[in-house]
Design a protein around this ligand. Structure first.
Ligand SMILES: N[C@@H](CCC(=O)N[C@@H](CS)C(=O)NCC(=O)O)C(=O)O
Length: 305
């Protein structure tokens, strides 16, 4: 594997650690969120998912991956697509809701967000959706919005949408995990992922220097996918003081873009749905009606859910 003289096991963490021939699972050694991590898939318990009154049923949590979809749904509604009305049910991943049988039927990968469309365009059986970018593309196609039909423009939106899907795990699962969640601070891991995240921020900064929106001159699902990850980091809202650690103020075009987008009402609304952290007035644990934003935020109802 590695050169033992150059990389003596005493320098490993913990000192002397040598990977065994075959890895075995030790529950509870994974830092924050270790209680929900397992090396196997599939349901752990029987539980049906609730179904509300709207065509679209979303099962989610207000993390960046969840917010991408709720921002799009709120943008669709704000631009008059009433068919995008939705019920957003809270999935508490820390309590293992993603391993319920009903959730696994919708998303065999047991991760939020998951979605059912009970009113597909062809009038046929409900359609299940998992993976946030799959949902966003489906919704954008269904309503003909935020994804241009012109082949060149559409390709550029897809380029950036897939860039986000490929890049964000380095920000969240890599940098965020080792900087904020791991039970031990490992300089090697933090340095490696800090460098990669700064490179990604520079990619965005260079693109946004010459374009109003990430894929050109039109606001698209690519902006909505990238904002909750990289816009939130630019706003110093991610992983404790990571914004200062990564000197995010230097990405001036990303700063301009994220301020412009966060000023949009549908973005603000979408960022509140299924959110269980932060200001109580910005947390709408479940959304079943547009009026819920005025009457059911946590500051108004207290901690009842
Ligand atoms: N690539 C997926 C990522 C989804 C994802 O990682 N969701 C996390 C929360 S942000 C989750 O549900 N984690 C629960 C678990 O790992 O058990 C997407 O974009 O939908």
């Amino acid at each position: 594997m590695t050169d033992e003289n150059k990389f003596p096991p005493e320098k490993n963490l913990p000192a002397g650690y040598v990977p065994p021939k075959v890895w075995t699972w030790e529950p509870g050694n994974g830092g924050a969120f270790a209680n929900i991590n397992r090396p196997i898939a599939g349901p752990t318990h029987d539980k049906e998912l609730p179904v509300g009154k709207h065509p679209i049923q979303l099962y989610s949590l207000g993390t960046p991956n969840g917010q991408k979809v709720t921002i799009l749904l709120e943008e669709l509604l704000a631009s008059g697509h009433s068919g995008a009305e939705y019920d957003a049910w809270l999935i508490k991943i820390n309590e293992g809701d993603q391993f319920g049988s009903g959730f696994v039927d919708v998303n065999p990968n047991s991760k939020i967000p998951a979605m059912m469309d009970h009113a597909p365009k062809d009038g046929g059986a409900p359609i299940r959706l998992f993976e946030s970018a799959s949902m966003m593309t489906y919704l954008a196609d269904k309503f003909g919005a935020f994804l241009p039909s012109d082949a060149r423009k559409r390709a550029e939106v897809m380029n950036w949408l897939f860039w986000q899907m490929g890049s964000a795990p380095f920000l969240g699962g890599g940098f965020g995990h080792f900087y904020a969640y791991a039970p031990v601070k490992i300089q090697y891991a933090i340095d490696r992922y800090a460098m990669e995240v700064k490179r990604q921020m520079d990619v965005l900064n260079r693109q946004l220097a010459n374009h109003e929106f990430i894929a050109g001159d039109e606001y698209s699902i690519a902006d909505m996918a990238i904002l909750p990850w990289y816009g939130r980091l630019a706003a110093k809202g991610a992983y404790d003081d990571a914004g200062d650690f990564l000197s995010v103020d230097e990405y001036e075009h990303v700063q301009r873009w994220r301020k412009q987008l966060y000023a949009r009402k549908p973005v603000e609304r979408g960022s509140m749905v299924n959110r269980t952290f932060g200001e109580p007035s910005m947390q709408l644990h479940e959304r079943h009606d547009a009026s819920d934003f005025d009457t059911k935020t946590q500051d108004k109802i207290g901690d009842k859910s």
